[in-house]
Design a protein around this ligand. Structure first.
Ligand SMILES: [Zn+2]
Length: 250
């Protein structure tokens, strides 16, 4: 069976400053941040890429952002709607360990959780500007510690399964990674926050591609853009509501 990707909607952070998405652009604009869990089917078992934010209460109290999550957008409900039992998921890939990408790793009790080694190292001891992003704060267990005993690290680019490849794309964070999926009709890149909105990849009159507002290394970010150019993929951004309108990538 051919591989395919489904974008599962597990919440929205409304009215987010656009400067968080596009570096130095959109100072007076806001955008909706779609929280998306990606499901890859057609292989030996279902694979999940990123697991989204915690509950609206956690998102508000720990990060100060409102999160809208309807009952059908509860992660377990979203999985049930597409016929996936979390117990059958044997692989979870985190594109990186920011709180809005890994907070439901513990919903998949039988999955190994694949993270770049460099990302795990950075999550333990991030720059002060990233302490909140990795929930490195007194008195709480960081989101990425959920399922910690099942984390397996990878280094660099790795062929994971037939038609599924991990590619290291640093810049947004040191160990950000994307997932290349060879589907029947196209080759896709689930890009993580290297490409948050289509606007990042589409660029503007000044830049071919625009980094995200939050980043750890601009040099690496532009190298990652060059690398993506060479992959020849259709890019799937991490938080763009248009990805949900598209829904299924075959
Ligand atoms: Zn991020």
């Amino acid at each position: 069976m051919a591989l395919r990707i489904q974008a599962l909607h597990v919440g929205t952070m409304p009215d987010h400053p656009k400067t968080a998405v596009t570096f130095g652009r959109g100072h007076r604009e806001t955008v909706d941040i779609a929280i998306i869990m990606f499901l890859i089917t057609g292989g030996e078992h279902p694979v999940i890429v990123d697991t989204g934010t915690g509950t609206p209460a956690q998102t508000e109290s720990l990060h100060g952002f409102p999160l809208i999550r309807t009952p059908e957008q509860e992660p377990l409900a979203a999985l049930a709607a597409v016929g996936v039992d979390p117990a059958d998921v044997k692989t979870v890939i985190n594109t990186h360990l920011h709180w809005d990408h890994c907070s439901n790793n513990d919903l998949f009790p039988n999955a190994r959780i694949l993270v770049q080694e460099e990302e795990l190292r950075y999550a333990v001891d991030p720059l002060p500007t990233n302490h909140w992003t990795y929930e490195r704060r007194p008195g709480i267990e960081p989101c990425w510690m959920k399922g910690f005993d099942r984390i397996e690290t990878v280094s660099g680019d790795v062929d994971l399964f037939p038609g599924i490849r991990l590619v290291h794309l640093p810049g947004h964070s040191p160990g950000s990674q994307g997932v290349v999926v060879e589907a029947e009709n196209d080759r896709y890149l689930i890009a993580g926050d290297c490409i948050t909105y289509h606007d990042n990849w589409d660029g503007d009159e000044r830049l071919a591609h625009i980094p995200t507002g939050g980043l750890t290394n601009l040099h690496e970010f532009f190298d990652s853009f060059d690398k993506i150019e060479g992959l020849g993929c259709t890019v799937i951004p991490s938080h763009d509501p248009r990805v949900l309108e598209h829904g299924i990538f075959t």
